[in-house]
Design a protein around this ligand. Sequence first.
Ligand SMILES: Nc1ncnc2c1ncn2[C@@H]1O[C@H](COP(=O)(O)OP(=O)(O)OP(=O)(O)O)[C@@H](O)[C@H]1O
Length: 287
Amino acid sequence: MSTDAGSRVAPQPGALIQIQGVSKWFAAGTGERVVALDNINLEVTEGTFTAILGPSGCGKTTLLRMIDGLVQPDAGTILVAGKPPHPGPDMGFVFQSFRLIPWRTVRGNVEFALVEAIPDRHERRRRADQYIDRVGLSRFADAYPRQLSGGMKQRVALARALACEPGILLLDEPFASLDAQTRELMQVELLRLWSERRSVAVFVTHSVDEAIFLADQIVLMGPRPGRILEVINVGLRRPRWTYDVRAEPRFVELRQYLWERIRALVLSDPQSDFYGRDYGQSQGTGT
Ligand SMILES: Nc1ncnc2c1ncn2[C@@H]1O[C@H](COP(=O)(O)OP(=O)(O)OP(=O)(O)O)[C@@H](O)[C@H]1O
């Protein structure tokens, strides 16, 4: 298994995102301090796809929120292109819950995201239509979110994020609420769109298969406190939708390895619902 210990990676000159010694804590209801993230060190280079994988509560969302500047670290530094991050058109965000504006059409939703970046109304419409077409929804440009399926809504959310042509695309479990088949199709769709511009993508997921299918590097995190346990180089050739990547020995090996590690984390976490259970030997069927 080719891995690099996450907390020991040396800074790479030229990394677009540089996270060094970052910790984050919150006040719990009881007044105690919850350490959400502890001493996170991570580098993300231009043109790469990173998946952040780990069980519930290990700080995946908090880490993503710190990369876009919405949450500030309590210790350490985060630099994006050499500067402290702040939310803006160069950061695209896609959430599990779509977050579409219900009273705007598909086109209206995408255009709304472009108001700041493209003041000219005609140019804005042209760009919105271009990305609506890329996600295959031209016929639904005048439809409202309530008229769309979950997969279609998520395609609108993707079009909205990509239309700004952000340098960094941050995705927080965007496909978690979709059925299994739609989810796989959306993974291909995302890779296809991402490969056109190769912006940096950072994708949070619970799914081992999704992480391997999408990413160049997988950041495996563990909970309480949230830490990076390993950064794994996936090393599967692209484009991955053109062959049966899931049958590749490397894919199978990674799936088995990651599934075992996550299973061990969950079974040994006293706060997990599955703490201490004995399920015997895993078959590595992890999703
Ligand atoms: N605003 C907050 N106030 C208090 N505690 C918080 C806050 N945000 C996160 N936490 C705590 O920080 C820890 C990490 O939360 P986070 O949501 O980042 O984890 P996660 O890995 O994304 O979880 P999940 O996979 O369940 O979404 C958890 O223990 C969570 O309860």
